[in-house]
Design a protein around this ligand. Structure first.
Ligand code: NAD
Length: 430
């Protein structure tokens, strides 16, 4: 049974916009529970992680002193398979961010229908202030503490903000030492030489481009020559720029990073911008473009907006001024629940984060499959299988939005939560 009446009351019950990521994740689930008329016990179970491990790590620094770091690993829900999710090394990491990201991983794996649950990990640290040797000791110490709940059949981490393939290699090695045998399948995002998958590097942006292509088809928008603005110019944003041009024929008119952005209505050359950022460390001063602030970039009159940086950048305050036809969320959590309703009212077609950026975890799952069989696929095979998964997931969400008459995020939640709830019930957990 479907109940769509209850949704706006739930969303607008507060005057102050909630920006705590875990509170937002719970609000989004509450809306979905109302729409799906989810059994109260199942709803209550899905509101919290099933497991949460807090660890304290003492690391020997290069100068001989010891420093203490706090870390977390959250396993949100493993009803559909082992939990999966990245590890962040960030000075502002909080348990609430990790819990929210673990919840979103659960819905992400379910929406693309891969047999995995959702998890996330983090260490409060600033990797930019650590030497390579200190970073290695921290990575290995983290694995020693969380190894008791990791494993290819239990929980499989991956890289996330400020963690790299090298860090994944140290972690896979440390886990293998603990187990007394090679266990490369315990982690994904590894270098190719240690069982990584071809096509992982650009998988997040590539999956997002499949979603934009399909969204354009259902909206009757021609992607060739469509204008695109990208906020955030790291892994996700840079590949969005190159693949947006290469695969969709889009014209990239604006990009930004933490220090500001650049704008040229006639189009930027993504490869040149990437080379410039590599050379100078920022975008400012790039020739043939005007400076633009991050706030103004979001409000540009473009066909496609691609938030690829941070959480909570589209809120009730600026949502009324967003003019893009499509907002393709490569970042996690860029839009608040209130903003979602404003965008829907204004006809902005949102491709929600855990659908739009699911290409990364999909290829991570492909990496696990290749590790398990010890047989490795060509890049072409990875691209084809990724496209198939993303296209199927996009249409499942689009069709659900039409069926229920709700915005796309709520539709994505309905697909994903419905699948997880079914597994929870079938296993007799609730
Ligand atoms: P990254 O660290 O490589 O890049 C982040 C970019 O955001 C950098 O260019 C940084 O300068 C920019 N940035 C930081 N603060 C900003 C601000 N205030 N305004 C504008 N830009 C700012 O990270 P990434 O891997 O590209 O991830 C970006 C987002 O995509 C995150 O939300 C992440 O969770 C999400 N995501 C990434 C992947 C992946 O495979 N890389 C997968 C799923 C989701």
């Amino acid at each position: 049974m479907i109940n769509t009446q209850i949704v706006p009351d739930i969303v607008f019950r507060e005057n102050v916009e909630e920006l705590n990521p875990f509170a937002i994740a719970q609000t989004q689930l509450d809306e979905t529970a109302a729409v799906l008329c989810l059994e109260p016990a199942v709803h209550a179970f899905l509101r919290e992680p099933v497991r949460e491990l807090h660890v304290t790590l003492s690391i020997r620094m290069d100068d001989g002193t010891s420093k203490v770091f706090k870390g977390f690993r959250v396993q949100y829900n493993d009803a559909r398979g082992p939990t999966k999710g990245g590890i962040r090394f960030h000075p502002d990491e909080t348990i609430d961010t990790v819990k929210a990201l673990a919840a979103w991983m659960t819905w992400k794996c379910a929406v693309v229908d891969i047999p995995l649950g959702g998890g996330k990990g983090g260490v409060i640290c600033n990797p930019k202030e650590l030497s390579n040797a200190e970073l290695e000791r921290l990575s290995r110490a983290y694995v020693r503490q969380v190894a008791r709940i990791l494993g290819p059949e239990m929980d499989i981490p991956a890289p996330d903000v400020y963690t790299t393939p090298q860090i994944m290699a140290w972690m896979a090695d440390e886990y293998s030492v603990i187990r007394g045998q090679n266990e490369f399948g315990v982690i994904t995002g590894k270098p190719l030489a240690l069982g990584g998958s071809r096509g992982r590097e650009d998988a997040t942006a590539r999956g997002g481009m499949c979603c934009i292509r399909e969204a354009s088809r259902v909206l009757g928008l021609e992607t060739r020559g469509a204008t695109m603005a990208i906020q955030g110019f790291g892994n996700a944003g840079q590949f969005a720029a190159t693949l947006g041009q290469e695969l969709l024929g889009a014209v990239i008119v604006a990009v930004s990073d933490s220090r500001g952005g650049i704008y040229n209505p006639n189009g930027l050359k993504p490869q040149d911008v990437i080379a410039y950022k590599k050379r100078t460390g920022c975008l400012t001063g790039y020739p043939d473009a005007a400076p633009i602030s991050n706030a103004d970039l979001l409000e540009l009159d473009v066909d496609i907006l691609v938030p690829s940086a941070l959480e909570n950048v589209i809120t009730a305050e600026n949502a009324p001024r967003i003019r893009a036809r499509i907002s393709a969320e490569l970042a996690n959590g860029p839009t608040t629940p209130e903003a979602d309703y404003i965008l829907q009212r204004n006809g902005v077609y949102v491709i929600p984060d855990f659908l739009c950026n699911a290409g990364g975890v999909t290829v991570s799952y492909f990496e696990m499959v290749q590790n398990a069989y010890d047989r490795y696929w060509s890049e072409k095979t990875v691209h084809e299988r990724l496209d198939e998964k993303m296209t199927t997931a996009f249409h499942a969400v689009h069709d659900k939005a039409q069926e229920l008459g709700v915005h796309n995020r709520l539709a994505a939640y309905s697909v994903a939560v419905g699948r997880v709830a079914e597994a929870v019930k079938l296993r007799g957990w609730v």
